[in-house]
Write a protein that binds this ligand. Sequence first.
Ligand code: PAF
Length: 280
Amino acid sequence: MEIFNKINDTKRFVREVKGRAKTIGFVPTMGALHRGHLSLMEKAKAENDILAVSVFVNPLQFNNPEDLEKYPRDFAKDRKLLEEVGCDLLFYPDVEEMYPEPVSTKYDFGELEKVMEGSMRPGHFNGVAVVVKKLFDIVEPDKAYFGEKDFQQLAIIQKLVKMEHLPVTVVPCPIVREEDGLAMSSRNERLTAGQRQIASFIYQTLKEAVKKSHFMTPDEVRLFVRNRFKDEPDFKLEYFELTDDKELQPVSAWEEAPGIVGFIAAWLGNVRLIDNMRFI
Ligand code: PAF
């Protein structure tokens, strides 16, 4: 595995790979790798000649300084996992390398960035878009892999690729779950043992809500979920939303869109967890 901290070294490697007409599959990450990341990498490896991964905790996408500071980092462990999965290129820059100048780019993703994560975390998606665009420019992937756990992020990146005419195919990958259903996330590392035991309540609630949707209206399902959270004082529900699966706008009837997804963001202690499930 080649490890580069510098953009120019990475670009030189990419030029050489492209010169040999090899395809690049890319998985951008913020490190603290888990099986969810590894599933993206395995897919990228199987579908391309070269597996490229970036590890960069992107300060631009954190609207909460405490969240940035507490974001788990373990490069030695990540590096070992990347070697095991057969990563060919690891791009591991520091903040100065990625952002030598203040960034002023502002993207307009319309209604898509105004709901859910977009409304709760101002500036978050702009920060994601800035870094992903920059990483794509450096790594020049043929295909880039993103998990559906961050469904709204995936929709934003698909829109970015369209708006900017980027020559990359975005490949959505299904959520990977722990045995009890908890969606894998680097943030799970911050749960205490007690919190970890009850964390799958979010997944269980989504599953129950899907069952209810067979005979309840979307608003009734919203109320059902809110009430379920009221009975679990360890959790603080930030939002539950039912939206179409493209622009992620709230629906009031199941017939309103061909695809409908339910989204939860909730706090368990001081850890913010998100999850989603397809309803239609
Ligand atoms: O999903 C993530 O880990 C990050 O948002 C990403 C896509 C690597 C951009 O920093």
